[in-house]
Design a protein around this ligand. Structure first.
Ligand code: BTN
Length: 231
């Protein structure tokens, strides 16, 4: 585990130093000066939150996107053990009271050799009192009245994640589908998926054994493998 008081971004650090970092290394920072979110957004990284990246160098790489879903599930289950009513928003957001409490940014590192590593970056709101600058509705554990610390949450999430890591590497999403669906409240709900210029709209049917979102749209069933779900 590599610990820092401050980094620009744990993901950026992991990518810069990828060749020197061992498989399954965790990089943690107490704050980030340039925390990054999905879709080129920034990630507010004030003291009190948990900011870490897991560097993974598996030899079996068929199911890499499902590792992000495993991380989201691991965070959701950890928050549940702390009595937070956490839910999953496909593919990998964790919400409480419809507000974001965790975001995950997964980035592949490639070189002339092909795939080098997957960097799974996780931000969890824990003890921040002011999230008004987050850029989207956000909540922290302390705002829910839950007292804990970043270290406890980190250890729990990592235990949950590595308990099923090998299973997901070998079998993909099907290894965690039942558990994931237990915390996925959107089946039968009308949603739109923002990806590219034309949003897809429809009713959520389920999540496939591969981890894709199956939507019933006026044009028939649509399989969505990437995008941002809007309710
Ligand atoms: C999202 O947009 O939902 C993803 C947010 C991911 C934030 C985490 S914090 C630790 C790691 N380092 C970063 O710069 N981003 C990720």
């Amino acid at each position: 585990m590599l610990r820092f008081d401050q980094l620009d971004s744990t993901n950026a650090y992991a990518k810069r130093n990828c060749s020197l970092i061992q498989d399954q290394t965790i990089i943690v920072a107490k704050t980030q000066t340039a925390g990054r979110g999905r879709l080129s957004r920034r990630w507010l990284s004030e003291p009190g939150g948990l900011y870490f990246s897991v560097v993974l160098k598996p030899t079996q790489i068929d199911f890499l996107p499902n590792l992000t879903q495993l991380m989201a599930l691991s965070v959701c289950q950890t928050l549940r053990t702390l009595q937070a009513e956490a839910w999953l928003k496909w593919p990998n957001d964790v919400l409480v009271n419809h507000k974001k409490i965790c975001g995950i940014l997964s980035e592949a590192v490639t070189s002339a050799n092909g795939f080098d590593a997957l960097v799974l970056g996780v931000g969890i709101n824990i003890n921040q009192k002011d999230l008004s600058q987050a850029g989207q509705p956000a909540v922290s554990l302390v705002k829910l009245g839950i007292k804990t610390d970043a270290e406890t949450v980190l250890n729990n999430v990592l235990d949950c994640f590595f308990a099923r890591y090998e299973a997901v590497l070998q079998k993909g999403f099907s290894a965690i589908r039942t558990d994931y669906l237990a915390f996925f409240p959107y089946i039968g709900k009308q949603v739109s998926i923002a990806h590219g210029t034309i949003p897809a709209q429809g009713t959520v049917q389920t999540i496939s054994p591969n981890g894709e979102l199956l939507l019933n749209t006026p044009a028939g069933q649509t399989i969505i493998s990437i995008g941002d779900m809007c309710i």
